[in-house]
Design a protein around this ligand. Sequence first.
Ligand code: FES
Length: 112
Amino acid sequence: MYTLTFINSQESSRLEVTAEPDSMLITSVRKLVNDGKLQLAWRCGQGTCGACKVRLEHAGSGAMVMLGAKEKNVMARHAGLAADSPLSIPDTPALIRLACHIQIKSDLTIYV
Ligand code: FES
């Protein structure tokens, strides 16, 4: 199991839960939202609407983030990513990701 730490800076709240390795972040988000424990907008749950925007702790590490083609296209339509961006992009604090496209492979800190 991995630990997911959700941080809402505006509300100064923090929530820790565990998640199955290789599960999708949106699976945990959906359960927490449905249980009233987390406030994060999501709609399709399938990676196409662009509603489930999050930022991840390691942003700004200087590393690169490899996007899938579908995530890149949705981010270009809904999250301000330039349409001609490559699939490998710098990991900056401003980088928005989509919970539907994040497979859990380690502990994560998620800003919502
Ligand atoms: S809920 Fe639609 S892209 Fe994640």
